[in-house]
Design a protein around this ligand. Structure first.
Ligand SMILES: [Zn+2]
Length: 231
């Protein structure tokens, strides 16, 4: 028998969901006097506050880093501190912070950790280190929860899922729809178009990746994982 050293992706999704339920239950404290929606709960700043971590935003110093390498943030578990570079775009800060929250919950042995700026699930690239992949998956599940994604998808597109066909591609892209049909089978091109779509079949709506405040690629990967887009 081969001992498994990897954390299963469902376990990670469950951890993200458990954290969201805790935040929802504590909404009176975390969002004093505010009206909270289920999407408001996808807030990594509130998650850090709930876990009693301080988030310091500012210039993140990186001694020992090669010159010119920008740091996105760091985790200091003994101090219960997360550093976050304020030089980053808002969505990069959001994803990087959700990734750190993932480390806090998934990797108790990780005491000091430095992070490059993380724009999304495979951005700037798919990490080699399993812990980094796990923290990215956590961030994706936390920022784009399955239930809320399914609900928003149905409300926007008026269907439960989309399979790439000529008609669907035409609805999304009009005359240039063949460009989508010619993309490789395993590419995320279709999913990315769906993630950023603002109209479909005469309906108009806000792009899903803007609703969840993530990159088009992160939303595309979540659409694929949840089974909302297929080809
Ligand atoms: Zn990390």
């Amino acid at each position: 028998m081969i001992a498994s050293t990897t954390i299963d992706s469902q376990f990670i999704a469950d951890k993200a969901r458990e954290l969201q339920i805790e935040l929802w239950d504590r909404q009176c404290t975390l969002w004093q006097g505010e009206n909270v929606t289920p999407i408001d709960v996808c807030d990594p700043w509130k998650a850090a506050q709930h876990l009693e971590y301080e988030v310091q935003e500012g210039w993140v110093d990186s001694p020992g880093m090669r010159a010119g390498v920008q740091l996105g943030g760091f985790l200091n578990r003994p101090m219960k501190l997360i550093g976050l570079s304020d030089q980053l775009a808002q969505r990069t800060m959001r994803f990087t912070l959700a990734h750190e929250v993932g480390h806090i919950l998934l990797h108790p042995g990780l005491h000091h950790h430095r992070e490059i700026p993380l724009h999304g699930m495979t951005e700037p690239h798919e990490p080699v280190n399993p812990k980094e992949r796990q923290a990215n998956h956590f961030a994706g599940c936390f920022l784009v929860p399955t239930k809320q994604l399914k609900r928003a998808f149905l409300a926007s597109f008026g269907v439960e899922k989309l399979t790439l066909t000529d008609n669907v591609a035409f609805e999304l892209l009009g005359g240039s729809f063949m460009s989508l049909m010619n993309t490789p089978y395993d590419s995320l091109a279709f999913d990315r178009v769906v993630a950023q779509a603002v109209r479909f079949s005469g309906r108009q709506f806000g792009a899903l990746n803007d609703l969840f405040q993530v990159s088009p690629t992160t939303l595309a990967i979540r659409l694929r994982q949840v089974g909302l887009t297929r080809r």
